[in-house]
Design a binder for this molecule. Structure first.
Ligand SMILES: Nc1ncnc2c1ncn2[C@@H]1O[C@H](COP(=O)(O)OP(=O)(O)OP(=O)(O)O)[C@@H](O)[C@H]1O
Length: 309
């Protein structure tokens, strides 16, 4: 029997001035479950997460954690939610311990509770032996672990992560998912966004697919594979060096119709209508100077196709 629902979005809509970013999304995440929000750029993933975090007010619909509507008690709601933004909100010039202490004080921890929270955070982030090192000396994986430990300082039931793997290499990404699986098994409800279908497929219990602000499919990775597989070839890669924005723009101009290129941090996803087109697109990317460490095209894996949907 599934554990109770921890976070529930019911028919939620969000706008930025005239831009309708999320339209009528209903989604629940149970305790002991990891749900991955996927979708193309601009489909509303981050906005949905910000709604769930209580950082953005919906223009319609309700958002609840453990049955508590945000508007009824915003402070209690905030205590139940941990949010890890895309760019880690850490202080580079402070040490790991000082960062944890700073945020723990903001959460109102004092005395023994404060000391215990900071130590638990260091242990959770596997940074006990780096407690006194400044964050600016940390790798992407270490920063990400520390950000998650900060988000969990007040022991929330719900953990929300925006593109948590964007700046991670494949080994750190796998380590992150191992940590998330442990948190899930401890009973946390986890909602995360990703561009990468392969990691949603292997790391999440359920996937929700957004397109143009609407939830267009939801289910286990297996279910979505059966209903949404389009056979469109896709390639996942990892850049050994970040791609300059102007190079990315130039490559996009040359890629031609039907080719989709998504770059998140160092992670690359390229898809096209056919294998030949995909090969040509890869050649364009490489000729523009992209340095891909590794790439793979998982045959028969979950792939969505916004144009054909
Ligand atoms: N602060 C903002 N002001 C105005 N429009 C915004 C703002 N943030 C997002 N939008 C718009 O809202 C829509 C949804 O954006 P959102 O960032 O939620 O999508 P996303 O799926 O997370 O995209 P990405 O994968 O690129 O991060 C887009 O049209 C975007 O341009």
């Amino acid at each position: 029997m599934p554990l109770p629902v921890a976070i529930r979005l019911e028919n939620v809509c969000a706008k930025y001035a005239a831009v309708r970013a999320v339209e009528g999304v209903s989604l629940s995440v149970h305790r002991g479950e990891i749900v991955g929000l996927i979708g193309p750029n601009g489909s509303g993933k981050s906005t949905t997460l910000r709604l769930a975090a209580g950082l953005l007010d919906p223009v319609a619909g309700t958002v609840e954690v453990d049955g508590l509507a945000r508007e009824s008690d915003p402070l209690r709601y905030a205590r139940r939610v941990g949010y890890v933004p895309q760019d880690a909100d850490l202080y580079d010039e402070l040490t790991a311990e000082q960062n944890l202490e700073f945020f723990a004080r903001l959460y109102g921890l004092r005395g023994f509770e404060l000391d215990a929270g900071v130590y638990r955070g260091l242990a959770r982030a596997k940074l006990v032996d780096r407690a006194n090192d400044r964050v600016r000396t940390f790798s992407g994986g270490m920063r990400q672990r520390l950000s998650i430990a900060v988000a969990l300082l007040h022991d929330p039931a719900v953990l929300l992560l925006d593109e948590p793997t964007a700046a991670l290499d494949p080994a750190s990404r796998d380590a992150l998912f191992a940590d998330l699986h442990k948190l899930r098994d401890e009973g946390h409800a986890i909602l995360l966004t990703t561009h990468h279908l392969d990691e949603a497929e292997s790391g999440c219990d359920r996937i929700a697919l957004l397109e143009r602000g609407r939830l267009v499919a939801e289910g286990s990775p297996g279910e979505l594979m059966r209903t949404k597989s389009s056979g469109r070839p896709v390639l996942f890669g990892h850049l050994s060096e970040p791609l300059a924005k102007f190079v990315e723009r130039r490559a996009r101009l040359r890629l031609g119709p039907g080719v989709e290129l998504e770059i998140t941090g160092r992670r690359v996803r390229l898809s096209a209508w056919g294998s030949d087109d995909l090969g040509r697109a890869l050649a364009v990317l490489l000729s523009e100077g992209a340095k891909l460490d590794a790439f793979r095209t998982p045959a028969g894996r979950l792939e969505t196709n916004a144009k054909a949907a």
